[in-house]
Ligand binder design. Sequence first.
Ligand code: NAD
Length: 476
Amino acid sequence: MLMRIGGEEAESGSGAWLDVVNPATGEVLDRVPAGDRGDVGRAYAAAGAASGGWAAKGPRERGKILFHGAEAIRAEHRDLARTLTREQGKPLREAVDEVRGCANVLEFFASISGCLSGDFIRLGPAGDGIVVREPVGVCGAIIPWNMPVILMGWKAGPALLAGNTLVLKPSSTTPLTTLSIAGILERAGLPPGVLNIVTGTGESAGQAIVAHPGIGKVSFTGNTATGIAVRKAAAPLMKEVTLELGGSDPMIVWKDADLGLAVDGAIRGRFYNAGQVCNAVKRVYVHEEIAARFQEMLLDRVRSLKVGDGLDPSVEMGPLQNRAQLERVEGQVDRLRDRGEGRVLAGGGRLRDPGHARGFFYTPTLVSDPAPDAGILQEEVFGPVLPVMAVPDLDTAIAEANRSRYGLGASVWTRDLGVARAVFERSAAGVVWVNRHLTSPPELPFGGVKESGLGRENGVQAISQWTRAKSLFLGW
Ligand code: NAD
């Protein structure tokens, strides 16, 4: 597939291409241009040319176009989901969820077009003040390979509603569905140049977006080390950045929890998308009175999860998205075993059956009581590996849950409102769930504290991240 610049398909000036590989089979699916600085420059020019007209449309008109875009995505969700499964690996039903989720996000932002309001402030006898929120102009968006479609929605929805135009770079390993969606949005009425997709690597196209002096803001989702590099590169240009980075979310299962619900929550929370979700359940702290029963129930479920090609409707977990990620997760579990940092109760290796030998499959893995300083608790594990620890009391559970460089989400599973409230108030996290994990509706602001990032996406609040306040003093 080709890039989309100014409403048209475009090759890269570099003349180079990148293969897109199906992670379930190891086969090359397609190829995309290896975009470079020159391509980012062309996309910036197209976004700049579209900028004035798009901003002038006004929020309601822009919202209508997003509504049409959402409907058009929904109408084509089956084909889009198949493309997503083939390039990303997730089971088809998760791909359908993600594509529909993107339509929902665009619809949510379309529905709040009336919220792009400013302020009127009475300043006393000297005059009055008016504050308007202006679009930033041409913005950049950089997204990872785990949830490319929903994250495209999280960025394009508020950015475009607010009147900005975008240069968006998908991950080099999952560009196809993003490109298809950009085409669908244009056919649904998005003017050419409002949303430009530059494919390519982070070192080339990604760095060029961050370094481009005309791009006023960059919203980045990816790992923490890359986020720090993006923030440093943006600093001398005074470029605003939103950083949605890694996570190591704790799940606290209290002694009065509905155990069936909590086990379902842990399975979905950890093994959805083969564990490659920023706000996945990455550590479970369970009250010692119910720990043995909980672990036994969990073990049964982990052992029975069906792993395979996401296009097979009976499959519950697909491969990891790319070979480097498979090797990273494999290394983390191997180190745990080598150092004697915990007991692997299930999984703990690649899927060995010959039918899946060429895909990037790792088996669903359960680890019991790793040492508090074990690597898999300190680092982000972006794969299907779940550590479970027994805790004696709530203070210990909360203290251990907070003992992380990350602070994206946290959940507590209980029927006791006092326990729920204590976890909510004392968690160092951007999002806390009670008897849920993972669910991130577009109505709720999303983002982290500590090394999980800066700024928030979603919610009405997202609009403020994509606009700048401008004040007018009226001296009567
Ligand atoms: P990554 O940081 O390697 O890549 C993310 C994107 O940045 C890709 O498009 C990549 O090409 C680009 N990139 C790489 N180097 C760059 C540079 N120097 N300058 C500009 N762009 C560059 O991340 P990944 O491995 O693709 O994604 C997994 C990570 O993303 C995990 O840590 C996960 O927790 C995180 N994530 C966070 C959220 C969130 O909302 N907090 C959501 C999803 C994923």
